[in-house]
Design a protein around this ligand. Structure first.
Ligand code: NDP
Ligand code: DXP
Ligand code: MN
Length: 407
């Protein structure tokens, strides 16, 4: 039976400001979260902010939010961070272990805004330290969904979905009638190549693939949107968040990105969440949940939008979505491999080493090779990360073979 990741009333009513940590504070999600926090200084206080190497931007964010601690994952950025924080009284640290320690500092809510399975260790540390998670970093669930949610249950914390489609479903899901849910529908914009031919996509450049029609996002998710792998990752994410089998999860292409997700009930009712294409809206929902907060975000003007359209995804031109359904049906090992291979393939495409259509081929090769090696579901996070590492090696080799073909 479908379920909600956080039943209403599960979090005590707010008493005093909520302590927040932002992982990936300099990224697209991190900046949107910082904007919401800044709009409600009496509601939120900031414990820690983290980034990779973007020391100056991180220091600015830390100062404007009044954070206690700022951490860069890249040790080479430490001196710049210390210099940029001079005189502020904000503590500085560097290194991957320091990011994990920052995530584990006492907080009510940690915004998981890292990109890729690299976010797994710090987000798990936050869970184990007892913080609720506002989860944008969907790769945590695609890489290790079962173990991740088991850790959350053990710690008694909530995973609040930031991803716009999942946040929409979270809002549309009636916790008392989960048994009457027939289907969950995630919408997809279709990405920048929705109307492109196969031949046009074969020659697509990174700059073209990064030009999302509706959302302003980081580079990795923008490429995932262009291949429709983003929607595939989101189907797996929804499977974990809402305990829904693949058969209950549907994707509809909706080029306007106004309806973000829908729940279809057994009586024929369809409950949808709509909003402007701005991540500050679902982030504000998660930060204030179970309350609602008044924030300055773009308002949806349906008369300006005029027409809402929906179409079936084209699995011939966009094979990545079908690959994700296949992995979901195959088991946890396969979604771990799918995610890792996709991360490698996207990076290779952004580096100009492989073509756009090669991304799905590299993921296909990674899944086939892992199946041939009879890999098993990870029983622990360490096993899962070992499988993630093996899949990265398979995918890197597959990408190198494609580079030779392309070059
Ligand atoms: N952007 C969006 O609108 C949406 C994003 N998501 C998901 O949210 C997550 C974040 O996406 P997005 O904000 O677009 O990504 P960005 O690339 O914009 O930001 C990534 C953040 O992570 C930091 N980072 C990168 N690598 C490391 C590392 N090795 N160690 C520590 N920190 C690191 C970056 O720091 P630095 O700046 O120093 O490089 C930056 O702060 C992804 O999983 C994405 O799929 C989901 C829905 C919508
Ligand atoms: C904003 C958000 O949640 C993204 O995941 C978005 O959905 C990407 O757009 P696509 O629908 O094109 O994948
Ligand atoms: Mn999304």
């Amino acid at each position: 039976m479908v379920s909600t990741p956080a039943p209403r009333g599960a979090r005590a009513a707010r008493s005093g400001p909520r302590r927040i940590t932002l992982l990936g504070a300099t990224g697209s999600i991190g900046r949107s979260a910082a904007d919401i926090v800044q709009q409600q200084p009496e509601r939120f206080v900031v414990e820690a902010v983290t980034a990779n190497g973007n020391a100056e931007a991180l220091a600015e964010t830390a100062k404007s939010l009044g954070a206690r601690l700022a951490v860069v994952a890249d040790p080479a950025a430490y001196d710049d961070l210390v210099a940029a924080l001079a005189g502020s009284g904000i503590e500085a640290a560097a290194g991957a272990a320091a990011v994990v320690e920052a995530a584990a500092r006492p907080a009510d809510l940690v915004v998981a805004g890292l990109v890729g399975s690299i976010g797994l260790a710090p987000t798990l540390a936050a869970i184990e330290a007892g913080a609720d998670i506002a989860l944008a970093n969907k790769e945590c669930l695609v890489c290790a969904g079962g173990l991740f949610l088991a850790a959350a249950e053990r710690a008694g914390v909530h995973i609040l979905p930031v991803d716009s489609e999942h946040n929409a479903v979270f809002q549309a899901l009636d916790a008392e009638n989960c048994g009457a849910v027939e289907r969950i529908v995630l919408t997809a914009s279709g990405g920048p190549f929705r109307t492109w031919t196969h031949e046009q996509m074969r020659r697509a450049t990174a700059a073209e693939a990064l030009r999302h029609p509706n959302w302003s996002m980081g580079r990795k998710i923008s490429i995932d949107s262009a291949t429709l792998m983003n929607k595939g990752l989101e189907v797996i994410e929804a499977h974990h968040l809402f305990a829904a089998p693949a058969e209950q999860l549907e994707v509809l292409v909706h080029p306007q990105s106004v309806v973000h997700g829908m729940v279809v009930y057994a009586d024929g009712s369809v409950v949808a969440q709509l909003g402007a294409a701005d991540m500050r809206i679902p982030i504000a929902h998660c930060l204030a949940w179970p309350e609602r907060v008044a924030v300055a975000t773009p308002r949806l003007d349906l008369t300006a939008v005029g027409t809402l359209t929906f179409e079936k995804p084209d699995s011939d031109r966009f094979p990545s979505l079908a690959l994700a359904y296949e992995a979901l049906r195959a088991g946890d090992w396969a979604t771990t491999v799918l995610n890792a291979a996709n991360e490698v393939a996207v990076e290779a495409f952004l580096d100009g080493a492989i073509g756009f259509l090669d991304i799905a081929s590299v993921v296909r090769d990674g899944l086939d090779r892992a199946a041939g090696a009879r890999v098993e579901n990870g029983a622990t996070i360490a096993d899962t990360l070992a499988l993630d590492a093996a899949a990265r090696r398979y995918a890197a080799e597959a990408a190198r073979r494609r580079t030779v073909l392309v070059g």
